[in-house]
Design a binder for this molecule. Structure first.
Ligand code: SF4
Length: 72
């Protein structure tokens, strides 16, 4: 948990005067709130997060070495 993470707090909403407050420490980005929004005011889409791993870098380096050996 990132205790330095600030809460998102909106200005009072025009229609109700209520605030929207979001805590990124708790949100798991499940998208349920986007699904339930009665006006489809916002959307969540699938995305892929690519996290670099050392093993992937090693495999790429091995591949480069193999190609260099073949080339002579
Ligand atoms: S419903 Fe899901 S995406 Fe929406 S705020 Fe809660 S945890 Fe985050």
């Amino acid at each position: 948990m990132n205790e330095d993470q600030q809460l998102y707090v909106s200005e009072p909403l025009k229609q109700t005067g209520r605030l929207m407050i979001k805590d990124e420490n708790l949100c798991v980005h499940c998208g349920l709130c986007a699904e339930r929004c009665p006006t489809a005011a916002w959307d969540m889409q699938k995305s892929t997060v690519e996290i670099p791993y050392a093993i992937d870098e090693m495999k790429q380096e091995e591949s480069r070495c193999r190609q260099a050996r073949k080339a002579g």
